[in-house]
Design a protein around this ligand. Structure first.
Ligand SMILES: Cc1ncc(COP(=O)(O)O)c(C=O)c1O
Length: 406
């Protein structure tokens, strides 16, 4: 690293560490196109009775050790289905993480329940079970634990907490394709779990979602809610509850089946590369990769997140660091802000759906606020390269670190 101290940063006109492009996403080949074309030529386009939907539901449930699966339009609606199927009702409080995509909370609002944010663990950036327990009131009905970046939340602690306090545990596993906790697929460890097949996700069809569960009653309700309130063995015009049409198309199911053939190999590569990258970056002062609990037997690595401490980089702010890293040829971003700081949560007393006792504007959760100020995100396609690609990331970070020492 001695040479790095003399190197001019790319942002100041020096040579970047990397000029080559990174692996692109999605990865697709002719078999994916053929899978969609086969549905077209079959003439079997209706997903309600679709063979591809059935096949995909079976494949994905098997991948995650779940008994039942309900494919649907997207990860947001999957959350709505799971919440309603698990019995969350208007006015119920649902405790969740403020370090997530807005859909986690907007789905709770969509079912007329109230999102209650509790703080995260500084290492994993996932919802802290202790903070979640402290947020329980007599109105609490459920906890939505998010597996952020594809890193499973502490499912042992959340399962126990939910049992002990009589709450429903839902896993927002939108980012956690193929992830495992203690050797078991995430998603059906709680009452239900939801996934997204939106374009950026590690398994995608542009859009799409799925609900997993091991509970027969939750399954029947989620299926009905996704199918206009029909029941599985009932008549076409027999509707037992009011709901909409949330179905996934046959074209998407076929594409997901085809893409699914690559998922485990890609996930293994991401795990290899991410573990190596984390071990190398952890040795750079001021860099702290997202903590990985030893009970995580497979991480999805939808994102690779590390925390950046500007004090170890001569006061270079996180945003200046991001610009410097990009200039070295490493695409990166700052990621989320605390969800309760979103303008969407500014309570409008005329029309807001939140009860008066919930005041997001004055909420202050120190761990998530600090984490959001320090996080650096790399996207999953970066992890689909080779070890030398990971080495270039480390070299770029070290180069910036060296340049910032007196
Ligand atoms: C944590 C989380 N939850 C929910 C969603 C919503 O999924 P979708 O975009 O498929 O509606 C996403 C998607 O980005 C997500 O990252």
């Amino acid at each position: 690293m001695a040479t790095a101290t003399r190197e001019r940063l790319a942002i100041h006109g020096g040579d970047p560490v990397r000029r080559r492009p990174w692996p692109t996403w999605p990865v697709w080949e002719t078999d994916d196109a053929q899978a969609v074309a086969d549905v077209i030529s079959s003439g079997q386009w209706f997903s309600g009775s679709g063979a591809k939907n059935r096949e995909f539901a079976e494949f994905y449930a098997g991948l995650h050790d779940a008994r039942f699966a309900v494919p649907c339009c997207n990860g947001t609606q999957a959350l709505e289905l799971a919440l309603r199927a698990a019995g969350v009702q208007a006015g119920d409080e649902v405790i969740t993480s403020p370090y997530t995509f807005i859909a986690t909370a907007s789905a709770i609002v969509q079912v007329n329940a109230v999102p209650i944010f509790a703080d995260v663990e500084p290492g994993s950036l996932n919802l802290d079970p202790v903070a979640a327990e402290a947020a329980i009131t007599e109105r609490t009905r459920a906890i939505v634990a998010v597996h952020v970046a594809g890193c499973p939340a502490n499912l042992d602690a959340f399962t126990l907490l939910a049992e002990r306090r009589g709450l429903v545990l839902i896993e927002d596993a939108a980012q956690a394709h193929a992830a495992q906790w203690n050797g078991r697929g995430v998603g059906a460890i709680g009452r239900a779990g939801t996934f997204s097949f939106q374009a950026s996700k590690n398994l995608n069809a542009g859009e799409g979602g799925i609900v997993l569960t091991n509970d027969p009653e939750t399954y029947e309700r989620a299926w009905s809610l996704a199918n206009c309130g029909r029941v599985r063995d009932g008549g076409w015009y027999e509707h037992r509850m009011l709901s909409g049409n949330y179905r996934l198309t046959e074209f998407q199911a076929a594409l997901l089946l085809s893409q699914g053939k690559r998922l485990l190999e890609q996930t293994a590569r991401r795990n290899d590369n991410a573990l190596y990258l984390a071990s190398q970056l952890a040795a750079v002062p001021g860099v702290r990769p997202q903590a990985r609990d030893p009970r995580i037997t497979r991480h999805a690595y939808h994102l690779f997140i590390f925390r950046y401490d500007s004090r170890e980089f001569g006061g270079l702010t996180r945003d200046e660091f991001l610009n410097a890293l990009r200039a070295e040829g490493v695409p990166c971003s700052p990621g989320y802000s605390p969800l309760y700081r979103s303008p969407a949560f500014k309570i409008d007393t005329g029309t807001h759906p939140f009860p008066a006792h919930v005041d997001y504007a004055s909420l202050h959760l120190p761990e998530v606020e600090q984490a959001c100020a320090e996080a650096v995100w790399l996207t999953q396609n970066t992890l689909l390269g080779y070890r030398r690609d990971m080495d270039e990331i480390v070299t770029a970070v070290r180069k910036i670190h060296s340049a910032m020492q007196q």
